[in-house]
Design a binder for this molecule. Structure first.
Ligand SMILES: [Zn+2]
Length: 472
C-alpha cells in the first residue's frame, strides 16, 4: 500500500523533473510558457484551484495547449503530488514525444504555428483588417491568403493580412514572441524581391520590456515599432483613415554622447515613410536625426578646436622671447595648457623654457607670417638658421612649414650668399643618413598635430616611415 503524501497548502508546488510537455501556449495571450516554471511559481493551494478550472474548461474553452501541437492540455499529478501537463487526448501524434530528434528550427516553427492560432493573434489580425478597411484608399484586403511570387510561382507566402495601399501591395505580419530572426530575414528578402513591402505590426509594445525578437524588428526599422490596437482601430473607423501607433526612439546628445528617450504617437498609415529596398516603414527618422546631432556636435568640436588654435597663435605672435612674460600673460598660457589637456593634447608646461613649444611655435609661425615671430630677427632666413642651430629636432617641421606656407621665393631672396642653399642640402643629407640630432621629437608631436594639423601629419608620417623614405 502506498502512503499518502500530504502537502502544506502554502508551500510552492513541485513539478515532475522531466515532463514530456515542456512548454505551453497560453491560448488567450499567445504567450509561450515554460511548464516547469509555471508550476513551481504557484502555491500548492492555488495550483489545485487552477487545476480544477483548467480541467473544467478543457473541452469548451481551453486555457493552454501544448506549444508543439494544437491539442489542449490539463494539469495532472504524480502519486508523489508532483505536477505535469498532459494532452487532452494522447494519440501519439504530438511531436513532443520525439522532441529530441527535432532541430531548433523545427521546434521554433511548431511553436510559431501554435501562436498563430491563439486568440491574441486573431484579435491583432482583426484590428489590422478593420483599420485598413476603414480607409477607402485601401483595397483588396485579405486575411490569411496566399501571396504567390510573381517571379517564381512555386514560391509563396501567407501573410497575416495583405492589401493594396498607397504604397502598393503590402503584406502585414503580426509579430509573435516566436518570430525569430531567420523568419524575419527570410520574409524580408521574399517581399523585397517582389518589390513589395512587408510591415511588421505588434499588438502592443512596452519599450522597457522588449524581447530580442522585438529588437530584431525595432533596429531594422529605423527604431520605429508599429502597433495596431483597439484604440487605433476605432480611430481609423471614426476618421475613415487608417491609423497606426508608432513607438520610436528620439535621440539627444547629453554630456557629449547620444542618449535616447521613447515617444509614441498615432499617425496616419499613409503618412509613414516607406522603403521596399530596406523593408522599412516608419514615422520618425531616428537615424537621420541622430546623424544630424552627431554632425552638429562634430562641427562644434571642430569650431572649438579652431578657436583655441587661433587664440594660441595670436597670443604667441605678440610675445617676445627676450622679454619676461607678465603675470597675466603667464596665466593666459596656463589656461591654454589646461584647455589643450581637456582636448586630450599633451601640452608643454612652460612656454619660456620649454624648447619644444618655443622652437616649434617660433619656427612654424614665422614661416606662416613670413616674418620673425618670438625673436628679434630682421628676416625669416635668420629664423631658419636659428632653428637649425638651436632646435635641430624641429628642422623637419620647419621645412614642411616653409613648403606649406610657400616661403621658397622669400627664403631664396633673403639667402643672398647662398649659405642656406648649401646648408639645407647638407641637412637633408644628414636626415637621410639618420643623423639623430634632426630626428623630430615625438614628445611634441601631439601638440604640433593639434596646432598645425597638416604639418603634424607629415612629421608623423616621417616618424612612422623611417628616415630613408623622407621627402624632405
Ligand atoms: Zn503536443
Amino acid at each position: 500500500m502506498r502512503r499518502n503524501i500530504t502537502v502544506d497548502p502554502l508551500a510552492y508546488a513541485n513539478p515532475v523533473q522531466n515532463p514530456e510537455i515542456t512548454e505551453l501556449l497560453d491560448l488567450a495571450s499567445g504567450e509561450i510558457l515554460d511548464a516547469i516554471q509555471w508550476i513551481s511559481a504557484r502555491r500548492y493551494d492555488h495550483l489545485i484551484a487552477d487545476r480544477v478550472s483548467i480541467r473544467e474548461n478543457l473541452s469548451t474553452d481551453p486555457r493552454f495547449s501544448c506549444a508543439l501541437c494544437p491539442v489542449p492540455v490539463y494539469l495532472v499529478s504524480s502519486p508523489e503530488k508532483r505536477f505535469f501537463f498532459r494532452h487532452k487526448s494522447e494519440d501519439g501524434s504530438c511531436p513532443a514525444k520525439t522532441r529530441s530528434v527535432l532541430s531548433r528550427e523545427e521546434i521554433q516553427a511548431l511553436k510559431y504555428d501554435g501562436q498563430r492560432e491563439s486568440e491574441a493573434h486573431k484579435t491583432a489580425k482583426a484590428h489590422i483588417v478593420r483599420s485598413l478597411a476603414a480607409d477607402p484608399t485601401n483595397s483588396e484586403i485579405h486575411s490569411e491568403r496566399q501571396w504567390r511570387s510573381t517571379r517564381n510561382p512555386s514560391s509563396r507566402r501567407q501573410p497575416d493580412v495583405q492589401a493594396q495601399t498607397v504604397f502598393g501591395r503590402v503584406a502585414f505580419e503580426v509579430q509573435l514572441s516566436t518570430t525569430f530572426l531567420d523568419v524575419v530575414a527570410e520574409r524580408r528578402s521574399f517581399y523585397r524581391q517582389e518589390g513589395a513591402l512587408l510591415i511588421w505590426v505588434m499588438a502592443g509594445f512596452n519599450p522597457d520590456d522588449r524581447r530580442l525578437t522585438t529588437d530584431d524588428l525595432l533596429f531594422s526599422n529605423n527604431s520605429n515599432i508599429l502597433v495596431v490596437d483597439e484604440e487605433t482601430a476605432q480611430l481609423s473607423e471614426q476618421e475613415s483613415c487608417c491609423y497606426v501607433r508608432c513607438h520610436y526612439r528620439v535621440p539627444d546628445i547629453i554630456d557629449g554622447s547620444l542618449r535616447d528617450c521613447w515617444k509614441n504617437e498615432i499617425v496616419a498609415f499613409r503618412d509613414l515613410t516607406v522603403d521596399p529596398d530596406s523593408q522599412t516603414a516608419w514615422a520618425y527618422d531616428y537615424a537621420g536625426q541622430a546623424d544630424l546631432l552627431l554632425q552638429r556636435q562634430e562641427a562644434t568640436r571642430l569650431e572649438d578646436e579652431e578657436d583655441l588654435r587661433q587664440r594660441i597663435c595670436s597670443f604667441w605672435i605678440t610675445r617676445n622671447q627676450q622679454t619676461p612674460e607678465t603675470v597675466s600673460r603667464a596665466k593666459i598660457w596656463q589656461d591654454f595648457v589646461f584647455e589643450l589637456s581637456a582636448k586630450g593634447v599633451r601640452a608643454p608646461i612652460n612656454d619660456r623654457y620649454d624648447r619644444a613649444v618655443t622652437g616649434l611655435m617660433n619656427g612654424v609661425l614665422s614661416a606662416r607670417e613670413k616674418t620673425p615671430v618670438g625673436w628679434d630677427f630682421k628676416s625669416l632666413i635668420q629664423v631658419v638658421h636659428r632653428i637649425c642651430d638651436g632646435y635641430p629636432e624641429h628642422a623637419l617641421a620647419l621645412g614642411f612649414a616653409l613648403r606649406e606656407y610657400e616661403c621658397d621665393d622669400l627664403i631664396k631672396a633673403q639667402d643672398k650668399k647662398g649659405k642656406w642653399a648649401k646648408r639645407s642640402q647638407a641637412i637633408r643629407q644628414a636626415i637621410l643618413n639618420g643623423d639623430e640630432r634632426f630626428v623630430p621629437d615625438p614628445e611634441t608631436l601631439p601638440f604640433l598635430k593639434f596646432m598645425f594639423p597638416s604639418i603634424g601629419a607629415r612629421v608623423e608620417k616621417f616618424l612612422a616611415s623611417g628616415l630613408a623614405k623622407s621627402q624632405f
